[in-house]
Write a protein that binds this ligand. Structure first.
Ligand SMILES: [Zn+2]
Length: 343
């Protein structure tokens, strides 16, 4: 529609009604009654959007359990043990100011600033924190003693388990959402003998809300609550450096649907993917990272980024970040409909 400096009231009303009709159409579409067909349609949309490059996200479209998995040892087999046992990739600098120091199952990223480092997620336990975070940073010539902050994306043990060790060793402070601090203090969703208890909230630790930011030296992190995986899952947005280039990145805080049949949580998740897609467009976010390397292809991309010489494979561009979030949203809508269809 061409811009007109002084639209007549009739035209404004027509435009408003047109907008309303479009919103209602979109609403009708999203609120179509769940059916086997609606599930199939959402999965088909996700599959088409994912193509080959985002196939790793399609695991989200496989049916999720109706009840929350216990996650702890059953029948003598601890499922977490096998996941932790997967050999970790070598640490490496994905960007000038961002190192991967995580495992093969759970991820950890160390952001370097002019006044120390910020760790994004803390792995499963003290052994991993010591070997992969402390050891990895040292291997890369980064000083783990300057680890000022640990951002825990959500209160599940595979993301906070190494925090108590790092806090004790380096005096790092913890950032978590208010909702997940509370969950960690009152009713943990998952426990496992391989995870220590969650970090205890102490002086200087932060409970953040949606839109809050944290500045350390020349870096500022902005936190968004992308609820669903947990109620207070934090997704973090920050800037990365590659030579003279700057790239805006989002670290998605919680991906899987492992909370069982819970429609309000599915709705939170769907809304979060749509909102973050909008924020990705507004802020020109061109890098999408995960805290589980299976989702973002870190293991394949990291050696290429370290070798340099070509385009950084972590920089996928804003349209692809939006596409990734849309794939996740479509899979979430398929799962929501599956839950609604259950007797
Ligand atoms: Zn989790």
């Amino acid at each position: 529609m061409p811009d007109r400096p002084e639209p007549k009231p009739g035209r404004i009303l027509a435009a408003a009604l047109c907008g309303l009709a479009m919103s209602l159409a979109a609403f009708a579409q999203s609120a179509a009654p769940p059916s086997a067909d609606s599930v199939t349609a959402h999965v088909a949309a996700a599959t088409a959007l994912a193509g080959d490059d985002l196939k790793a996200l399609m695991g989200l479209c496989t049916p999720a359990p109706a009840t929350r998995p216990s996650g702890s040892a059953s029948g003598g087999v601890n499922p977490v043990a096998a996941l932790i046992a997967r050999p970790a990739p070598p640490p490496g600098l994905a960007f000038d100011n961002l190192a991967y120091v995580g495992g093969r199952w759970s991820g950890a990223w160390a952001l370097q600033t002019s006044q120390g480092a910020i760790l994004l997620d803390a792995l499963n336990n003290a052994a991993e924190a010591q070997a992969l975070v402390e050891g990895g940073m040292a291997k890369l010539g980064l000083d783990p003693a300057k680890l000022r902050w640990i951002v825990v994306s959500h209160a599940h043990g595979d993301h906070y388990g190494g925090a108590p060790y790092l806090i004790e060793r380096f005096g790092s402070k913890v950032v978590m959402s208010q909702a997940d601090w509370q969950m960690s203090e009152t009713a943990l969703e998952f426990t496992n003998p391989l995870w220590p208890g969650p970090p205890k909230r102490g002086p200087g630790d932060l409970a953040v809300s949606d839109g809050d930011s944290l500045t350390l030296g020349d870096a500022t992190l902005r936190f968004y609550i992308t609820g669903g995986h947990t109620l207070g899952t934090l997704s973090t947005v920050f800037d990365l450096k590659s030579g003279a280039s700057r790239h805006r990145a989002m670290l998605w805080g919680g991906t899987a649907f492992n909370f069982g049949r819970d429609i309000p949580r599915m709705d939170l998740y769907i809304a979060a993917t749509a909102r973050m897609a909008q924020i990705a467009k507004e802020q020109g976010i061109s890098v999408m990272l995960s805290n589980h390397p299976d989702y973002d292809g870190t293991v394949a991309k990291l050696p290429l980024a370290v070798a340099g010489g070509g385009a950084n494979p972590f920089v996928i561009g804003t349209p692809n970040v939006v596409r990734a979030l849309t794939v996740m949203g479509e899979c979430a809508q398929a799962q929501r409909d599956r839950y609604l269809l259950m007797p």
